[in-house]
Design a protein around this ligand. Structure first.
Ligand code: BT5
Length: 249
C-alpha cells in the first residue's frame, strides 16, 4: 500500500510501545507494527487491552503529521470514524461512540489509543488499534465487548481486514492533512453524523470524580462532545478531559 511499511511481529509488550521505539530511532511516517500477541496491551488512562492469541488484530501506525498541533485531537476521532467506515464496507453496522470506541449493536468491537510522542525528528503520533475478530462468546474479555465473527457467524480474513483498515485510516488521515480548517468542519459534520453518542443521553465522568449528565447534541470542530446538561447548560468536553462516557438511555 503506498506510503505504508508493515513490520509483523510474533509477540510484543505493546505495538504502541514498539512503534514509539522505532519512531525514536528515526522511523518514518507510515510504519505499521502488527503483532500476533501483546503481553501488555494498553488502553487509555492506564487501562488494559486484552486480546487472546489468534483472536484479534492489534497494530500501531506511526504518523508524523504536518497539521498544527491544535488539530491533533482529531487523530483518535478520525481513526475511529475510518475504522467504523471500513467495517461498514465489510457489512457490519458499525458506529463510533465518542471519542473513539468502535461499536456494533452497542458493543465494543475495537478500541483506539493515540499517543503523541516526542522524537529526535519532532513530535509524532502513534495510532494503536485493537479489533476483536474471532472471539467466541466465552473468550470476550468484558461483558460489553463483541467480535466480528460472533456478529456475522462466519470466519473473517484478518489479513484482508487489516489492509482495509489501513487503507481507510490512511485515506482519512491524508484528507485531514490536506483539509485545513475547512476540512476540520467537514470532518466534524461527517463524524457527528456517524457518532452513535450524538442524540443520546449520556453520563460523562470527569477526572475530579464529578459527572455531567445530559444529552449529547453534536461534536464541534475541535472534536469536543457538546452536551446539553439537565440543568440547561451547553458544555463541550475534550476526549483528554473525560474518564469515560456512558449511555444513559
Ligand atoms: C481502548 O482503551 O479502547 C484502546 C485500546 C487500544 C488497543 C490497541 S491494540 C494495539 C495497540 N497497542 C496497544 O498497546 N494498544 C493499542 P479504553 O477506551 O481505555 O478501553 C479499555 C477498556 O476496554 C478496558 O478497561 C476494558 O474494559 C475494555 N476492553 C479491554 N479489552 C477489550 C477488548 N478486547 N474488547 C472490548 N473491550 C475491551
Amino acid at each position: 500500500m503506498p506510503g505504508l511499511r508493515l513490520e509483523v511481529l510474533d509477540e510484543v509488550g505493546s505495538t504502541n510501545q514498539v512503534a514509539t521505539e522505532r519512531a525514536s530511532g528515526g522511523a518514518e511516517d507510515g510504519l505499521v507494527v502488527v503483532a500476533e500477541r501483546q503481553t501488555h496491551g494498553r488502553g487509555r488512562l492506564d487501562r488494559t487491552w486484552e486480546a487472546a492469541e489468534g483472536t484479534s488484530l492489534t497494530f500501531s501506525l506511526l504518523l508524523r503529521p504536518r497539521a498544527p498541533a491544535r488539530s491533533w485531537p482529531w487523530l483518535p476521532l478520525l481513526t475511529g470514524h475510518a475504522v467504523a467506515e471500513a467495517l461498514r464496507a465489510a457489512g457490519f453496522e458499525a458506529g463510533v461512540k465518542w471519542p473513539n470506541d468502535v461499536m456494533v449493536e452497542d458493543r465494543k468491537v475495537a478500541g483506539i489509543l493515540v499517543e503523541r510522542i516526542e522524537t529526535p525528528d519532532g513530535p509524532a503520533a502513534v495510532v494503536g488499534i485493537g479489533l476483536n475478530v474471532a472471539h467466541r462468546a466465552e473468550e470476550l474479555p468484558v461483558p460489553g465487548a463483541t467480535s466480528l465473527e460472533l456478529l456475522s457467524g462466519e470466519p473473517v480474513d484478518r489479513t484482508a481486514l487489516l489492509l482495509a483498515l489501513l487503507a481507510a485510516v490512511r485515506g482519512a488521515y491524508e484528507a485531514w492533512q490536506r483539509g485545513g480548517e475547512r476540512g476540520a468542519v467537514a470532518l466534524a459534520q461527517s463524524y457527528a453524523a456517524a457518532c452513535v453518542s450524538v442524540g443520546r443521553g449520556v453520563r460523562v465522568a470527569l477526572p475530579d470524580g464529578t459527572e455531567l449528565e445530559g444529552r449529547a447534541t453534536t461534536v464541534d470542530p475541535g472534536g469536543r462532545l457538546v452536551v446539553r446538561t439537565d440543568d440547561g447548560r451547553l458544555v463541550a468536553v475534550s476526549a483528554g478531559d473525560v474518564v469515560h462516557v456512558r449511555p444513559r438511555d
